[in-house]
Design a protein around this ligand. Structure first.
Ligand code: 13P
Length: 249
């Protein structure tokens, strides 16, 4: 039985004032059936962990370096995230693949470091509009999975997020059939590589313009175990609407 997860990716948004949203969210907890994770900017991680306290909400990072320490100005290691209170980290987000030219091998090395540090690793995969229109979606997702997901993955330390690039921040969402096709594909690839036990226990999140208004439909799709939410995770009211929808699945 996979526990459902609502994960919020604040991206490069939020100063200390944004913690009031997290406080509001924390006031509405705990949820018996849904895990809630907030990934604020690294500058807020420690304070966010304190605000989340023992509410059941957990916090995570948005990236980490593949090395444990060293001469890497501006970077943050997985151990540092854990030390600041993180229990998870998002890796291979399309914005990092684009802005920082991260390749599958980079994501895999980071994921190994994160897993070694005891973090749950949310590995993002997703196609561009051009790739979808050329009917290459499943090839792209399959390649990203085999390149980015490390061999040491388990149902505890790995979560896969399907985020079609063209759906991120655009208000455009794939059809429910399209989401289902990709999620079923990801599940079958995981089962083939890691065996049925592990393959079936890895949680799969959908991300890309998830809102309170479309969440219930998306959560009804097979092999969707929750969402990775950008814009709608910044406001407690919106994110609560998504959590509510997930609780009602
Ligand atoms: P939006 O929910 O703003 O489309 O962002 C999705 C995303 O990139 C989450 O990682």
């Amino acid at each position: 039985m996979r526990r459902r997860l609502a994960a919020g990716n604040w991206k490069m948004n939020g100063t200390a004032a944004a913690l009031t949203e997290l406080k509001a969210l924390a006031g509405a907890f705990p949820s018996a059936s849904v895990d809630v994770l907030i990934c604020p900017p690294a500058t807020l991680l420690h304070r966010a962990a304190e605000v989340a306290g023992d509410t059941g909400i957990t916090v995570g990072g948005q990236d980490c370096h593949a090395a444990t320490s060293g001469a890497h100005t501006g970077d943050i290691s997985a151990d540092m995230l854990a030390d600041a209170g993180a229990s998870a980290v998002i890796l291979g987000h399309s914005e990092r693949r684009t802005d920082h030219a991260e390749q599958n091998e980079d994501v895999r090395a980071k994921a190994r470091a994160a897993m070694d540090a005891g973090l749950t690793t949310i590995i993002c995969v997703g196609e561009s509009l051009e790739q979808r229109e050329a009917a290459n979606t499943l090839d792209i997702i399959g390649g990203q999975m085999s390149g980015s997901i490390p061999d040491q993955s388990t149902g505890e330390n790995l979560i896969v997020a399907y985020e079609p690039i063209w759906a991120i921040g655009t208000g455009k969402v794939p059809t429910l059939d399209e989401i289902g096709e990709v999620h079923d594909f990801i599940r079958s690839r995981l089962e083939r590589r890691f065996g049925e036990g592990v393959g079936r226990s890895v949680r799969l999140l959908y991300g890309g313009s998830v809102k309170p208004s479309n969440a219930a439909d998306i959560f009804g799709v097979s092999n969707v175990d929750g969402a990775l939410v950008g814009g709608a995770s910044l406001k407690a009211q919106d994110f609560s609407g998504i959590i509510d929808a997930l609780e009602r699945v």
